[in-house]
Write a protein that binds this ligand. Structure first.
Ligand code: NAD
Length: 297
């Protein structure tokens, strides 16, 4: 069997187009565009690239983008004051503080300062709590994107065995929660899990969010399982001095047994930014008190 390749890039593109159309409708109804504010502290190269591409994608989706670049030595108080201003700015529906912050800043304090109703990353403890008890809030973009691809492929997940490898607050835990809400039987595996290959072999759905290149092997996978690879790892390429991206799953060999699999790159990655735009649009409709036909766009 050769697994179906789940095309996250195409899926993300169609979500972005849908968001773009609804964002144009929002602008007509509300008399203003939905707005996303992105805060970047310091000069980290990777973060600069992320912030630039988020800004570009926001504009392409018919929304307003507000970029705030602060120097690497900005004080915690100044950063919190900016977040406070954005919290009360009616043009801003979503606030994203690009992580990681320089080590001397308290990340948790900054996330906690963001209004939960503008927390489009879904990292605020209030939104984590809402997800946990089944209330409407904001769900972190990466696991929500994985969930969209899973339900698109599998439909009803009731009773399926799902194994999530990784228990971070931004991927593993919310992913497990979403799968549980969809009535899957969920196991969260992590660095202390014993006999990990045996645990993963039970799974109809495997979500790998670890950060270890090609850790998940062919003989860990139940034939026909759906495999979602969240990992992004840079490794040395065959050509000297070059690098390439790989996931947490050994793609070629796992493709020989899985039913479907997301590639890296081109799988989960493109979905994350599309879901960020989706969350921002949902925030805009909620903040403006305008009904959106189903929050499940
Ligand atoms: P993290 O470092 O916060 O968490 C990694 C988790 O993996 C931990 O819970 C740990 O218990 C588990 N783990 C570590 N070693 C293990 C082992 N040997 N066996 C089993 N479990 C083990 O990472 P994260 O922020 O959750 O990210 C995970 C990966 O996903 C990274 O590669 C990251 O770059 C990637 N990521 C991708 C996107 C995207 O948009 N595609 C978004 C976020 C993270």
């Amino acid at each position: 069997m050769i697994a179906e390749r789940i095309d996250g890039k195409a899926f993300a593109q169609s979500l972005r187009e849908r968001v773009g159309r609804l964002a144009a409708e929002f602008a007509c109804k509300a008399g203003r565009k939905a707005g996303l504010a992105v805060v970047l502290v310091g000069e980290d190269q990777a973060s600069q690239v992320y912030v630039r591409s988020k800004g570009k994608a926001t504009l392409e989706a018919n929304m307003a983008s507000f970029e705030h670049r602060l120097p690497a030595d900005v004080s915690g108080a100044e950063l919190l004051a900016l977040v406070e201003r954005l919290n009360v700015d009616p043009a801003v529906d979503g606030i994203l503080v690009q992580l990681p912050l320089p080590g001397y800043l308290d990340e948790q304090a900054v996330i906690s300062a963001i209004s939960p109703d503008k927390d489009v990353d879904g990292f605020h403890v209030i939104n984590a709590g809402r997800l946990s008890v089944g209330q409407t809030g904001f769900v972190p973009c990466t696991p929500l994107g994985c969930m969209m691809m899973l339900t698109d492929r599998l439909g009803d997940l009731s009773g399926l065995e799902a194994v999530v490898i990784g228990r971070s607050n931004i991927v593993g835990k919310p992913m497990a929660q979403l799968l549980l809400d969809a009535n899957a039987t969920v196991t969260i595996a992590h660095s202390r899990t014993k006999n990990l290959p045996d645990v993963v072999r039970r799974a109809d759905i495997v979500v790998a969010a670890v950060g270890r290149p090609e850790m998940v092997r062919k003989d860990w996978i139940k034939p026909g399982a759906t495999v979602i690879d969240v990992g992004i790892n840079r490794v040395a390429a065959a050509e000297e001095g070059k690098t390439r991206l790989v996931g947490d799953v050994a793609f070629d060999e796992v493709s020989e047994v899985a039913g479907a699999i997301t590639p890296v790159p081109g799988g989960v990655g493109p979905m994350t930014i599309a879901v960020l735009l989706r969350n921002t649009l949902v925030a805009a409709y909620r903040n403006a008190g305008i009904a959106l036909a189903g929050d499940d766009l």
